[in-house]
Ligand binder design. Structure first.
Ligand code: SF4
Ligand code: F3S
Ligand code: FES
Length: 249
């Protein structure tokens, strides 16, 4: 055991460091008329994540760079951006998977507040519009509301959503019509529509059976490809369409 306190504690052993070029879309609404692409160099390792490279730029190159991040482990959904043209979480994307020149832009279809930070408020408004919580007006049971494994399985996939908006901001229908409630809101409606303990499926289906609801979806599948949680987003949307048409919830 090392007892000499002068020996530094090694917390991170550097492997084969490499230099990458980050091309980052910058925009400061207080100064800039339009967004500009700026390049930065970052020292990283192949197994670092793109979030590490962004941190490097912010900590060592330009402290004014603005981007969201929190958990750094693919759970909070706050760091979805466009990386080399594809919606991804910066904290789940390895440098070795995206090459030495990495282009990073804010999510498409949302207003840019600064650099990579976009305004999520319309997205959360659409999320709230589908009543994304359990509604059951029966008296509370003494222990819990029971559910069979088969019934739980019906909405297992859609419980995985982390509200990162990668799906909604990859949908061309949403780009053309921001009134479309979007795949993320439908996924979160699905999570409760197919929950046997919930009593508001009919209300949610009415909300989604409108001009801005599920019928806007043209089964383009971008949302499914974009989802970092590998949720079968398009399948969930189809489930909801069938429930509206045939009452299959
Ligand atoms: Fe993100 Fe997937 Fe949820 Fe869409 S469905 S918000 S892509 S986690
Ligand atoms: Fe858009 Fe996904 Fe439907 S990309 S059109 S919501 S299948
Ligand atoms: Fe939380 Fe990436 S920082 S998902």
């Amino acid at each position: 055991m090392i007892t000499d306190r002068s020996v530094p504690i090694v917390t991170h052993i550097k492997g084969a460091a490499m230099q990458v070029t980050l091309r980052i879309m910058r925009f400061d609404p207080e100064k800039d008329k339009k967004p500009v692409m700026k390049s930065y160099k970052a020292e990283v390792e192949p197994t670092d994540r793109v979030l590490d490279a962004l941190n490097y730029v912010k900590w060592y190159e330009d402290g004014t760079l603005a981007y969201r991040r929190s958990c750094a482990h693919g759970i909070c959904g706050s760091d979805a951006v466009i990386i080399n043209g594809v919606n991804r979480l910066a904290c789940k994307t390895l440098i070795q998977d995206v090459g030495k020149t990495i282009t990073i832009e804010p999510l498409a279809g949302f207003k840019v507040l600064k650099d990579l930070i976009v305004d999520f408020e319309p997205f959360f408004e659409q999320y709230r519009s589908v009543l994304p919580y359990l509604i059951n007006n029966d008296p509370k049971p003494i222990k819990e509301r029971l559910q069979s494994p088969e019934d739980r399985e019906k909405f297992d996939d859609t419980t995985k959503c982390i509200l990162c908006a990668s799906c909604t901001t990859s949908c061309p229908i949403y780009w053309a019509n921001p009134d479309y409630v979007g795949p993320s809101a439908i996924v979160n409606a699905h999570r409760f529509i197919f929950d046997s303990r919930d009593q508001a499926a009919a209300e949610r289906l009415d909300i989604l059976n409108t001009r801005s609801g599920v019928w806007r979806c043209r089964t383009i599948f971008n949302c499914t490809e974009a989802c970092p949680r590998e949720i079968e987003v398009t399948r969930a949307i189809e489930d909801v369409k069938r429930a509206i048409l045939y009452g299959e919830s």
